[in-house]
Design a protein around this ligand. Structure first.
Ligand code: G6P
Length: 473
């Protein structure tokens, strides 16, 4: 057993609450934003000696993490001031190759693809010798986390491990420190036992057994939890206790404050120059295969082809935040979306009507402006653990929006029948749902939006995290 440390509460995640990038005249430090991060920070800030353990994700972070006493980035002046001394951060300087193999190769290109069912099956996946080397890196990555957590945790501490980057760490930590209480939360969907069974047998076993090292295994929806239970039965022959559902919601106060700042107001003015008094179908996503923007654009094109009455009456705003640009499949997908958007503009655009705006840029105020202005919020994910964006849109839109949502997004379970639910592969039905949303009377929209808003804020991040701590005991 590893000697205990001092932290009574720990969070572990690949991406930490703080990031550092080398720029021309020094380091640029960014504190993570977003509801989820701030929800966990609230609990850590309220617990003396709490620690967040995360990975160094670039060369500069690795260098700093090596310099920092015991990897405590929070001991370095710039990090301490960014964190306001609220809690400690230990950043792990895992070597670059191991990190990249684990993050790009396994987490983002294998586990993400399995859990979102993104494989083009005639060609992928292939689990070969090169893949096995990546898997060995994923094992080492998880070991580094388990070791650090074992060193930092006080006797009987609570350790909250996040997501698919760290599926093996719960079992590893349990072996090193049988005294600690371990929670794991999967933010993605889960899949059927059959689809999961594509993974090599020993790998499928290691993942399920790794998770079963936790006392509490959390998911966003009943559906993902049930699929995980099925997978457990199929892979390890039993259904464990401790699987619980915590549907993450959004915090209206925090979001409201951010969404009415001056930078958002000026973006909104710009947006209104394009939209005018037309209806806006808005979506905000990362550039991400699972978000299904490609079929979303096909559906919008079909809407304009089959319902010409909307010409000049509607604008579709697709706001994409660049992500995972290291992966060629993502770069190609984004390029194909840009081409399709160009085709739609060529087919329908006129001198005084821009039917579609595609932005591929990291600009949070502009994204908030889209959500504030949307008459219809549109999510057609192939699969999505929750989709917080639609919940945020419901809270800040000034238009009591209608929602068209994929039945494969966790948020569909939260919003129930007030959202118009679609099959993400059925382009024609999606076009018809967009039509129905645009046509919905103001009174019906308002009623539905009121109920959906209430659902969206039922479990804000700080309470979501606290509920897990309470369940862990
Ligand atoms: C999304 C997913 C999370 C995941 C995160 C990773 O937000 O919902 O499950 O942890 O992406 O993103 P990153 O940019 O850190 O790879």
């Amino acid at each position: 057993m590893t000697e205990p440390g001092r932290a009574p509460l720990l969070v572990a995640s690949n991406r930490g609450p703080l990031s550092v990038v080398a720029v021309e005249d020094g380091d640029e430090v960014r504190r993570g934003s977003g509801g989820l991060v701030s929800g966990m920070q609230t609990a850590l800030g309220a617990t003396p000696d709490a620690v967040w353990v995360c990975a160094a994700m670039n060369d500069r972070e690795r260098a700093l993490a090596r310099q920092a006493p015991s990897g405590r980035l929070s001991e370095l002046d710039f990090a301490a001031s960014a964190l306001n001394g609220e809690f400690d951060v230990r950043m792990l300087p895992i070597d670059g190759l191991t990190f990249r193999n684990s993050y790009n190769g396994i987490a983002n290109s294998t586990l993400w693809f399995v859990l979102h069912m993104l494989y083009d099956l005639p060609r992928a996946p292939t689990f070969d010798a090169a893949w096995r080397r990546q898997w060995a890196s994923y094992v080492r990555f998880n070991q580094a986390f388990a070791q650090a957590l074992a060193e930092e945790a006080a006797p009987g501490a609570r350790v909250m491990i996040q997501d698919y980057h760290l599926f093996l760490a719960p079992r590893m930590l349990r072996t090193m420190r049988p005294d600690v209480r371990i929670g794991h939360f999967t933010h993605t969907p889960w899949v059927s036992a059959d689809y999961f069974g594509m993974l090599p047998d020993d790998v499928a076993y290691a993942i399920v057994d790794g998770l079963l090292g936790a006392d509490l295994i959390g998911f966003h929806t009943e559906r993902w939890a049930d699929l995980f239970r099925d997978t457990c039965r199929s892979v390890v022959g039993r259904e464990p206790d401790g699987i619980r559902v915590f549907p993450l919601g959004t915090d209206p106060d925090e979001l409201g404050k951010r969404a009415w700042r001056r930078d958002v107001e000026s973006e909104l003015r710009l947006l209104n120059e394009t939209v005018g008094d037309r209806q806006l179908i808005g979506r905000v996503d990362r550039t991400e295969l699972s978000k299904n923007v490609w079929r979303g654009l096909l559906a919008y094109r079909e809407l304009l082809r089959t319902h010409p009455e909307w010409h000049g009456q509607v604008v579709h705003m697709v706001y994409n935040n660049p992500s995972r640009e290291d992966l060629p499949a993502y770069r190609e997908y984004t390029a194909s979306i840009a081409r399709l958007a160009g085709d739609i503009d060529d087919e329908f655009g006129t001198d005084d009507w821009t039917p579609l705006v595609l932005e591929i840029v990291d600009d949070y105020p502009a994204a908030l402006a889209v959500l504030r202005r949307s008459d219809v919020l549109f999510i057609n994910s192939i699969r999505d653990g929750m989709n917080l964006v639609v919940l945020e849109g419901l809270v800040i839109s000034e238009r009591t929006p209608a929602v068209v949502i994929s039945g494969e997004a966790g948020a569909a379970e939260v919003l129930g029948e007030d959202a118009l639910r679609i099959n993400p592969f059925d382009v024609s039905a999606t076009a018809e749902s967009l039509h129905a949303a645009l046509q919905m009377s103001a009174a019906e929209r308002a009623e539905r939006a009121g109920r959906m808003r209430a659902a969206a804020i039922r479990l804000p991040p700080a309470e979501w995290f606290q509920a897990q701590l309470d369940a862990l005991g």
